[in-house]
Design a protein around this ligand. Structure first.
Ligand code: ADP
Ligand code: MG
Length: 265
């Protein structure tokens, strides 16, 4: 099975002429098994987004290595990787279906118009937007726009999904529903997921494993295995272990959040 991510001794320091260097994170090492759902939580500014950008190949790490199915990820995002960010990334001038088709039309593979149409239709069903295929993003709610972003990524059939706080801008109910949808899409696709979130509830609800990062420069402080079955739903929040897991994560994160707050003060 594909989608195996190995991150080895990865670190990043931002440097710009005339400015002090910023050691964003690392060195960190971890892996994501094929089909596994892993979340990373950590205080704001600890280097989570920077880490995900290095993992994706969008930016070059200062040290260390990222391997996807044994291949080193270097200066570009591999076609097997799909990303969804916190900000809505849809093109406002394209309809929902043209947004979803974009990567297939202008990607490196030549795909027939008919196959693109079928794949877009399938993605629309997956995210429940069939009725809105011809709407423009400005005519949709925030949650729906985020589903467009998700569909744009899923239509490329990624083996590894990298998600950077994709639901952070949504209200709590929509967030919960999107979590439910994400679990379903994860199960159907068989893809591995690496999710960045600042919500402990979201991390525990969705993941097989949660990694906790320290205040900047972010290091991995703790690993929690939830033990949830693959066929799980948001009702898992009522499981007796749910609050036990949240408390265990908070016990580690609390000190890091305080350290991060002091740094910003
Ligand atoms: P998080 O996602 O955990 O909030 P980030 O990865 O966005 O953290 O940022 C980690 C640190 O790196 C912060 O101190 C931030 O100011 C700094 N940083 C982020 N992007 C850049 C950049 N392009 N150039 C310089 N510093 C950056
Ligand atoms: Mg971030």
């Amino acid at each position: 099975m594909a989608g195996h991510l190995a991150v080895e001794q990865l670190s990043l320091t931002y440097s710009a002429p005339g400015q002090a260097d910023t050691h964003a994170f690392g060195p960190v090492s971890f892996s994501v098994a094929p089909g596994e759902f892993v979340s990373i939580v950590g205080p704001s500014g600890c280097g989570k987004s920077s880490l995900l950008e290095c993992v994706s190949g969008l930016i070059q790490p200062t040290n260390g290595e990222v391997k996807l199915d044994g291949q080193i990820v270097s200066d570009h995002v591999p076609p097997e990787v799909g990303m969804v960010f916190q900000q809505d990334a849809s093109f406002p001038w394209l309809t929902v279906s043209d947004n979803i088709a974009f990567g297939l039309r202008y990607g490196r593979d030549t795909i027939s118009a008919e196959r693109i149409r079928l794949r877009v239709e399938e993605a629309l069903v997956q995210v429940g937007l069939t009725e809105f295929a011809h709407h423009y993003p400005s005519q949709l709610s925030g949650g729906m726009r985020q589903r467009v972003s998700m569909a744009r990524t899923l239509v490329m059939r990624p083996q590894l999904l990298l998600l950077d706080e994709p639901f952070a801008a949504l209200d709590p109910q929509t967030r919960l529903l999107m979590g439910e949808e994400l679990l379903q899409l994860w199960r159907q696709s068989g893809a591995s997921v690496l999710l960045i979130t600042h919500s402990l509830e979201e991390a525990v609800m969705l993941s097989d494993r949660v990694l906790v990062m320290s205040a900047r420069p972010g290091l991995l402080r703790h690993e929690l295995v939830t033990g949830w079955p693959r066929d799980r739903h948001t009702e898992i929040t009522t499981h007796p272990d749910f609050s036990v897991h949240i408390n265990a994560l908070w016990a580690v994160l609390r000190d890091e959040a305080i350290a991060a707050m002091r740094m910003q003060a």
